[in-house]
Design a protein around this ligand. Structure first.
Ligand SMILES: Cc1cc2nc3c(=O)[nH]c(=O)nc-3n(C[C@H](O)[C@H](O)[C@H](O)COP(=O)(O)OP(=O)(O)OC[C@H]3O[C@@H](n4cnc5c(N)ncnc54)[C@H](O)[C@@H]3O)c2cc1C
Length: 409
């Protein structure tokens, strides 16, 4: 006996959960499967080690999904300014939301907060079955009109479309035999929550060190979440250091800055950094979204924002086709989704890879070029304003769900 759904989403991370949320209030029956039970607990005194810089486009998506108030009631930290400077020269650039008439440049939000608010919406929806923890063991893509999925407990599920939202090591992608192009950066992103002596000034800070960028992202009233990209061996050493020695290393890495000394640091963790792009985002009655389709260096905080654009695009397409009584799992429609998202994702990935190579480098010629480039960009106002709007996700051609005030659900 199999259970029938319209859509099964494998992976209830930020992207899979956002996709499911966009389909609540439709007539579609959805199952969302995750190997882990959702980790949504929130206590104001502790910080999730994983945070995301959320663009305006992603904020609009969360607003349209009705999940933004749930995030605000937990903790979101807007930042009005961003300062980027190079450790090997005098080049620097300063972005201010006021220069482009915006209240802020974006928000830093703990991943657990994002997931908590989305999960709350999913639990309230009567067309969504949240199956977690549950693990799929077998995927049979097209089975004329439906694809089927077997779970470890023996349950058989069928659906018109299966979506792989199961992260960088996607099981769904591997079942389809889809290869990825890409490479490891030989780096890890070390994360920790720290407290700078003079507070964060509602500013996102990023210093380019020869080994990789060190970002301090404001979180709450007086803390910052750091993402320190460095060689794998260095990251392993940094993880092992005693807390006071780690603080000294962090101070050295930051150099003189308005943040002052770093006074306290909490637990640390490190994640391998890869550039990875699936050759195809689709298979028979299957589509990939988020990190299952692409991963990117975190230096510009765009990874989950790209995934949320995949989710908004796919959800918009499914809702339109469903309304027209057409088959949203048909290969022709899935190709349309792939065409729309691949071009945007590849463009962003190529730019971020270029930045990574230009900035994580101690070649003296490149150092002079990037310091000059930073200083020139800082004074070329039209270019700077354009960069800001692009980073906020406002210059792209956005799916309807990611646009301001499109209250679909
Ligand atoms: C250090 C670091 C900092 C970052 N900072 C930012 C940032 O500031 N801004 C930004 O936009 N991006 C950032 N990113 C990228 C961002 O974290 C990812 O793009 C994002 O988490 C991808 O979300 P996802 O839902 O696609 O995948 P994931 O978050 O990986 O979620 C996948 C889900 O699938 C589940 N799953 C996996 N396998 C299975 C299976 N076989 N069966 C069932 N369930 C399964 C997992 O349990 C998980 O819940 C950062 C990344 C790193 C490493």
């Amino acid at each position: 006996m199999s259970e029938h759904y319209d859509i099964i989403i494998v992976g209830g991370g930020m992207v899979g959960a956002a996709l499911a949320c966009a389909l609540t209030h439709s007539e579609l029956r959805i199952a969302i499967i995750d190997a882990r039970a959702p980790d949504t607990g929130f206590t104001p005194d502790t910080f999730d080690l994983r945070v995301s810089a959320i663009t305006r486009a992603s904020q609009h998506l969360f607003e349209n999904l009705g999940a933004w108030p749930g995030m605000q009631s937990r903790r979101v930290t807007p930042y009005q300014e961003m300062r980027v400077w190079d450790a090997t020269g005098r080049g620097s650039i300063h972005f201010s939301a006021a220069d482009i008439g915006e209240p802020d440049l974006g928000h830093i939000i703990e991943n657990r907060v994002i997931l908590g608010a989305l999960t709350e919406r999913l639990q309230a929806a009567d067309n969504i079955d949240l199956l977690a923890p549950a693990t799929p063991t077998r995927l049979q893509p097209a089975y004329p009109q439906t694809a089927s999925l077997t779970l470890a407990d023996g349950r058989q599920l069928r659906a018109r479309l299966i979506v792989g939202a199961d992260g960088a090591r996607s099981w769904v992608r591997r079942q389809l035999g889809i290869d990825c192009l890409g490479w490891s950066y030989g780096q890890k992103g070390l994360v920790a929550t720290v407290r700078p002596q003079h507070g964060h000034h509602d500013t996102a800070w990023q210093r380019f060190l020869p080994g990789g960028p060190l970002a301090l992202l404001p979180i709450g009233q007086e803390h910052c979440s750091i993402v320190w990209s460095c060689a794998e061996e260095e990251a392993e050493q940094l993880l092992q250091l005693e807390p006071d020695v780690f603080l000294q290393r962090l101070d050295q890495a930051l150099g003189d800055s308005p943040l002052g000394r770093i006074e306290h640091s909490g637990p640390r963790a490190a994640f391998p950094l890869r550039l990875q792009h699936a050759r195809s985002y689709i298979g028979p009655r299957v589509a990939l979204v988020g990190d299952a389709a692409h991963t990117i260096h975190p230096l510009a905080g765009q990874g989950v924002n790209l995934g949320l654009l995949d989710a908004a695009t796919l959800a918009g397409m499914i809702l339109d086709l469903q309304q027209q009584g057409r088959d949203f799992g048909h290969m022709l429609r899935l190709r349309q989704y792939q065409r729309t998202r691949k071009a945007d994702n590849l463009l962003m990935m190529a730019s971020m890879d270029g930045f990574k190579r230009l900035f994580s480098n101690d070649n003296p010629v490149l150092s002079r070029i990037r310091n000059l480039g930073l200083s020139l960009a800082d004074t070329a106002l039209p270019l700077k304003h354009r960069l800001m709007r692009q980073a906020m996700g406002l210059d792209a051609h956005l799916p309807q769900l990611s646009q301001r005030r499109w209250h679909a659900v």
